[in-house]
Design a protein around this ligand. Structure first.
Ligand SMILES: CC(C)[C@H](C(=O)O)[C@@H](O)C(=O)O
Ligand code: SF4
Length: 476
């Protein structure tokens, strides 16, 4: 057999039937899906469809329901949902999970959180799996050696009824990270650097494998940040070959295999890697040593620059479309070309989201905040990625660090990442945010989002403006 990429191996291994006579990119297959995660926001129509057709869920134990998008994050939250629309979504979701036999982490469940944080920490996603779920950031699971991708509502219904999807094979792209990251530079900067390089649709049509010594040196949580945000570069499917760090991460997780089953699983998982001479449709190489802490200045995740740089000048952009996009972005963001990014003042600081609200992210941010206060006029919020992360952070005193620095310490959920609950920016407010999307109005109508790493958010909160986290790290 000719050499194969890990993506090809997983697709071949999960192909139930071929739906046309093609092979390679574009070929349509019936694909077996091992697991899904459901949320209250994208699942209702799928369940309604099942109800109308009188179908049941084929493998309810392969699905997990988590409430995350619309729930409040108030520290004292209770079963009452403040918003009637959200309350209805949560109620219908609970009804669906109950009637179709799917396990649910409801708003007040001790394991509630953002689905992409909850599923890995449970050991629900394992290497070699193919995971299709109704949220684009399902790519997160690539970090565990599972091929993850987002699917639409009708696909969710098809999946629930059959455990399969009609699926078109992607082209393959390998992103190799060479070298070592400098201190103060994080996984978030790696993925932002990639998106800046290839553009917000640079990986459209590709399944992306991340590889190289720079990836191997990252923690599994750091790798999740990269796989999660790669979707902002257009990737519809992300994978990393699982290694010892992944096995260590999964060992002892509640739903991971145990005993002899674990040993057998690890033996199999260790074989999950692209053949050495596998050919990818596109290859990108990044040098970790050249990556700097980045911030976005615009309204698309590829509109980013090193924090020590300046707001770019649309007039200097030769491409007319890009020039127009840049001008529009600067008007929305109320930024003037040539302004030093480090002089841009903020009113809000948000540490949260499935990209950057795991324990290691909170530790990094707290490391900057220890013994410091956030600047006057800045409102800071920390929304842990899951209730388990929240408890673990509290057990090591991180909540105290955040609270003493002036941050609000909240309950878990998507929250200000997309402002579907009552956590929103006021029009015109500018926010340093550890999230993954900076579209117009993403954090509230008229709100202005600057994406960056959680440590950079902490640093900006202290300074009152965007700032290179390495300045504060040096002072500590
Ligand atoms: C609500 C959901 C469809 C959406 C996604 O798929 O990513 C959300 O999680 C987001 O981040 O915008
Ligand atoms: S935290 Fe943000 S990116 Fe992640 S699932 Fe929720 S809304 Fe989407």
């Amino acid at each position: 057999m000719s050499p194969r990429t890990l993506y090809d191996m997983l697709i071949d291994g999960h192909t139930v039937a071929r739906l046309d006579d093609r092979s390679g990119p574009g070929a349509e297959v019936l694909l077996y899906i091992d697991r899904t995660v459901l949320n209250e926001y994208t699942s209702p129509q799928a369940f309604s469809g099942l109800r109308e057709a009188g179908r049941r869920v084929w493998r309810p134990q392969a699905a997990l329901g988590v409430v995350d998008h619309v729930n409040p994050t108030a520290p004292d939250r209770n079963a009452e949902m403040p918003d009637a629309g959200g309350a209805n979504q949560v109620r219908y979701f609970a009804e669906n999970c109950r009637d179709f036999g799917i396990e649910l982490f409801d708003v007040l469940h001790p394991l509630q959180g953002i689905e992409h944080v909850v599923a890995p920490e449970l050991g629900f996603i394992l290497p070699g799996m193919v995971v299709g779920a109704g949220d684009s950031h399902t790519t997160t699971y690539g970090a565990l050696g599972a091929l993850g991708f987002g699917i639409g509502t009708s696909d969710i219904e098809h999946y629930l009824a059959t455990s399969t999807l009609r699926y078109r094979r992607m082209r393959t792209m390998r992103v190799t990270l060479d070298g070592t990251l400098a201190p103060g530079v994080t996984a978030k900067d790696v993925v932002m650097a990639l998106i800046r390089r290839i553009g917000a649709s640079g990986a459209t049509g590709y399944a992306v494998e991340f590889a190289g010594p720079g990836i191997a040196a990252l923690s599994v949580e750091g790798r999740m940040t990269i796989c999660n945000m790669a979707v902002e570069g257009g990737a519809r499917g992300v994978i990393m070959a699982p290694d010892q760090a992944v096995f260590d991460y999964l060992a002892g997780k509640p739903r991971a295999p145990k005993g002899a089953a674990w040993d057998a699983a690890v033996r199999h998982w260790s074989t999950l890697r692209s053949d050495p001479d596998a050919v990818f449709d596109r290859e990108i190489r990044l040098d970790a040593a050249e990556i700097e802490p980045l911030v976005t200045w615009g309204i698309s995740p590829d509109q980013a620059a090193p924090v020590g740089g300046h707001v770019p000048d649309p007039e200097a952009e030769p491409d007319a479309n890009r020039r127009r996009d840049m001008a529009r972005a600067l008007a929305y963001m109320d930024l003037t070309p040539g302004t030093a990014l480090e002089t841009v003042g903020i009113q809000r600081a948000f540490i949260g989201s499935c990209t950057n609200a795991r324990l290691s992210d909170l530790r990094e941010a707290a490391g900057i905040l220890r013994g410091r206060r956030i600047a006057a006029g800045v409102r800071g919020m920390v929304v842990p990625g899951s209730s388990s992360v929240r408890r673990a952070a509290e057990a090591e005193g991180l909540d105290r660090v955040f609270i003493e620095a002036g941050f609000e310490w909240r309950q878990s959920g998507c929250s200000l990442c997309l402002a579907m609950n009552d956590d929103v920016l006021a029009p015109g407010e500018r926010c340093a945010s550890s999230t993954n999307r900076n579209f117009e109005g993403r954090q509230g109508a008229g709100g202005r989002t600057h994406l960056m790493s959680p440590a950079m958010v902490a640093a900006a909160a202290v300074a009152g403006h965007l700032v290179d986290v390495r300045r504060l790290a040096r002072e500590h």
